[in-house]
Write a protein that binds this ligand. Structure first.
Ligand code: ADP
Ligand code: MG
Length: 238
């Protein structure tokens, strides 16, 4: 079970507090979208959940287990970044297998998982290419494939489509929705795009300056925004 609970989560960089005692409960298998202006703390929250930043105060639980002292590799979490973060000198197959090799997975297991992920993402024909031989959309599919082969309970997407052109974004958005249906993992997805948020989310979390303004389904937020700020972000009629 990959329900996620944040209890009074606070993050300070030196003296500057950027996340202020956030409380949040996310259900197993839910597709959660974080929205909010640049600098409000969306990436920091994802990085805290992934264990890439140390928590200053509070507790993060995944599946009712305290994550605070658990290394990123052991959290059952995989993150996909806007910048793809692929290794340029490695082929698509190597990019996907590298992490598994580091963790000592067997050759057969690695092969099975790569075959499965590349089938889901239509990467079969691209496995021997280097990242520079791929389009932006293909690169992002490889980055997602690299997350899938880890078989995580939780996927974290930090604005994964914002470097792609509009048409491709629609295409990839549909693929991500299908992926969620197929894998039934808990997914947290950061975006600036209202349409992405409204169409993908079971639950939207609206953030502002390091705290949560409102949490609800797309329809709840659209019809009953708590304030003008939420209405503005969700695109509710004024
Ligand atoms: P968002 O992803 O919503 O644009 P971030 O989570 O990246 O926002 O940043 C939230 C705040 O934390 C910003 O004010 C940012 O400058 C600050 N911040 C993020 N990372 C660091 C860091 N490593 N050191 C100092 N401040 C940081
Ligand atoms: Mg960010």
């Amino acid at each position: 079970m990959a329900n996620i609970t944040l209890k009074n989560v606070t993050k300070r960089f030196d003296k500057l507090e950027t996340i202020h005692s956030v409380n949040l409960e996310l259900c197993d298998g839910e597709f959660v979208v974080f929205v909010g202006p640049s600098g409000c703390g969306k990436s920091t929250l994802l990085r805290l959940i992934a264990g890439l930043e140390e928590i200053t105060e509070g507790v993060i639980e995944i599946g009712d287990k305290n994550m605070n002292n658990i290394a990123p590799a052991n959290r059952g979490v995989a993150m996909v970044f806007q910048s793809y973060a692929l290794y340029p000198h490695m082929s698509v197959r190597e990019n996907m297998s590298f992490g598994m090799e580091m963790r000592g997975e067997s050759k057969e297991n690695i092969h099975t998982r790569i075959t499965k992920a590349s089938h889901i993402l239509q990467l079969d024909e691209l496995l021997d290419r280097k990242p520079r031989q791929l389009s932006g959309g293909q690169r992002q599919r490889v980055a997602i494939g690299r997350a899938i082969v880890r078989e995580p309970d939780v996927f974290l997407f930090d604005e994964p489509l914002s470097n792609l052109d509009a048409e491709l974004r629609v295409d990839m958005r549909i693929q991500i929705a299908q992926l969620h249906k197929k894998l039934k993992a808990t997914m947290i997805y950061v975006t600036h795009d209202q349409v992405e948020a409204m169409t993908l989310a079971d639950k939207i979390v609206v953030l502002r300056a390091g705290h949560i303004e409102q949490v609800g389904s797309p329809m709840e937020l659209y019809h009953n925004p708590n304030n003008m700020f939420v209405a503005g972000f969700i695109g509710s009629p004024k």
